[in-house]
Design a protein around this ligand. Sequence first.
Ligand code: TMP
Length: 222
Amino acid sequence: MSRGLFITLEGLDGSGKTTQIKRLAAWLQRRGLSPIVTRQPGGTATGDSIRALLLDSRSTCLAPMTEMALMFADRAQAIAEVIEPALAAGKIVLCDRFTDSTEAYQGGGRQLGSQLVLDMHHLICGNLQPDLTLLLLPSLAVCLERARHRNDRVAAQSGPDENRFEQEQDAFYRRVWEKYREIAARDTDRIVLIEGNLTIDEVHEQIAEAVAERLITAGHAR
Ligand code: TMP
């Protein structure tokens, strides 16, 4: 059996990833391809516990290294439990965030630098690389506005508190945004950069086009 296809979605909070991953999953379903959809942090029972710890705004004083190590602990579990078995079974895996997020948020935002993150990725993740990464990068101003809006909505509900990152200052998000651009410029074969303030439909069209192309190259097209 041929190996599956590993597709990741990346972007700032408020970039529209969650909406787009749902649309992409439906698009694949209509083509008779049933993707495994997962996210990081989370996606396994262990990962959900790690996610709660990482995103809860009451987790104050997490050292940047602790934060990064927890992201990789979550990722190691997801690779072992979900991603590798699915790829080995020939499935398409759609993953909401992967190591590019750690490079952008901890490497860029927390200023730990790229090299440390890439070294950890080698060590902990066997340097597993996505076949395709869709990076959604609307303007920083739009991302911040959407994320803050979501913040207010979540605060008005009684669901889990996942606001720790959304409370960061604009300067943090500027560093994340710039690091994402740097990663996209470095890895043009793997990453499709979808920039600008596009509508949901326009972004979906660009995603569908990029995925269709990759499915043909990988021999998954139907
Ligand atoms: P999300 O599920 O809404 O995308 O939120 C996850 C948050 O965790 C988001 O603010 C980005 C952050 N994050 C990191 O800082 N580093 C990572 O490696 C990952 C996967 C997420």
